[in-house]
Write a protein that binds this ligand. Structure first.
Ligand SMILES: C=C(O[C@@H]1C=C(C(=O)O)C=C[C@H]1O)C(=O)O
Length: 339
């Protein structure tokens, strides 16, 4: 099977890139290129130019991609243990209560065994995921990741940049209580404040009122922000400015806390794609760059499947509540992928 990259916009337009991919340090002017990196941005040539790029629809994907007889996967999941996550949770909460840290997002990964089939076939599900999400996928020999995320890191065209704070979670039925939930609002506003501060250094920022996003079976607070950059920027440089936001990282976003965050991610064995930026620049000169946060997805290496989910910890967080939120996030992925 050849290497594949997929990007699907909320409206349904989608592109599939086929390998081999050329890795570039900067985005080429003619677009038609994917951005693939890990959470730590360790790939210094993250722009992946496919040998062939085709615009696809949900109907034409299978025909264009040619699955070579691969069948949809079956996965046997193992129940995640609470032990390590609980320890990380307690330590983070202690730091927050001592007012040294404002927020951090630990990640729990449920693992399973792929007993038959090939996860590449799940790209079909990504194509039909809820229309207010961005679909992403990166499939290489024996490994890859894919998903449908509600979180935009930024959308840039020339000097005009849009972004969003997406944080704070509830079940759709609990909307009334959610709207006035002080802890969830705080968790959300931390992200808004972070983005506003970061973007203020680059241009004039406009903020919309806090709104709601219903993605799959979850409800989040969403605040849209816009900035007109004083100077145009390469989208790669914008990624380094913004990632990781406290929706998937930590605040303060200082080296000391980023190191702690990486330590927790290593201890908890979090797949490196989780929370990383993933993007696509539409083909054509000066075209729009879409950069999203790779959450609500599945990763795999040979026959091991990984299903990560994270939750923001602030002073008011309680373990049982967060544990349930992590489960709801994973369930939304399992449902979306039809697993
Ligand atoms: C980390 C995840 O989601 C992020 C964390 C959220 C939260 O803590 O409320 C909400 C949306 C995302 O920013 C995830 O889906 O695993």
């Amino acid at each position: 099977m050849i290497d594949i990259a997929l990007f699907r916009l909320p409206g349904g337009r989608a592109w599939i890139g086929q390998g081999p991919f050329e890795s570039l340090a900067e985005a080429p002017a003619e677009g038609g290129v994917f951005y693939v990196n890990d959470f730590d941005l360790s790939d210094k040539r993250p722009w992946k130019k496919p040998s062939q790029l085709v615009e696809v629809s949900a109907d034409s994907l299978a025909q264009k991609a040619g699955w070579n007889g691969a069948t949809p996967p079956k996965i046997q999941w193992a129940k995640p243990s609470t032990e390590w996550f609980k320890m990380a949770f307690r330590r983070i909460r202690r730091e927050v209560l001592s007012k040294r840290l404002e927020k951090m997002v630990p990640v729990l990964t449920e693992r399973g065994t792929i007993t038959q089939g090939d996860p590449v076939r799940l790209l079909e599900k990504v194509m039909t995921a809820p229309t207010n999400t961005w679909g992403y996928g990166w499939v290489q020999a024996g490994q890859g990741f894919l998903g449908a995320t509600p979180e935009l890191l930024f959308r840039a065209q020339g000097s005009s940049v849009e972004t969003m704070a997406l944080a704070g979670t509830a079940k759709p039925g609990a909307q009334e209580a959610f709207l006035t939930d002080v802890k969830e609002i705080e968790e959300h506003e931390i992200v808004v404040r972070y983005l506003t501060e970061r973007l203020n250094a680059l241009g004039n920022v406009e903020r919309d009122p806090r709104g709601l996003c219903q993605a799959a079976n979850l409800l989040h607070f969403q605040t849209n922000l816009r900035v007109m950059l004083d100077q145009t920027m390469d989208p790669g440089a914008l990624v380094t400015q913004l990632h990781p936001t406290p929706a998937v990282g930590c605040l303060p976003r200082e080296e000391h806390w980023l190191t702690k965050l990486r330590e927790y991610r290593t201890q908890l064995d979090v797949p490196s794609f989780f929370g990383a930026p993933f993007g696509f620049i539409e083909p054509g000169q000066g075209n729009t760059c879409h950069m999203v946060v790779a959450i609500r997805g599945l990763g795999w290496t040979k026959d091991e499947a990984q299903l990560p989910s994270g939750c923001g910890i602030v002073g008011g967080s309680a373990f049982d509540h967060e544990w349930r939120e992590l489960r709801l996030k994973r369930e939304s992925v399992v449902t979306m992928l039809g697993l």
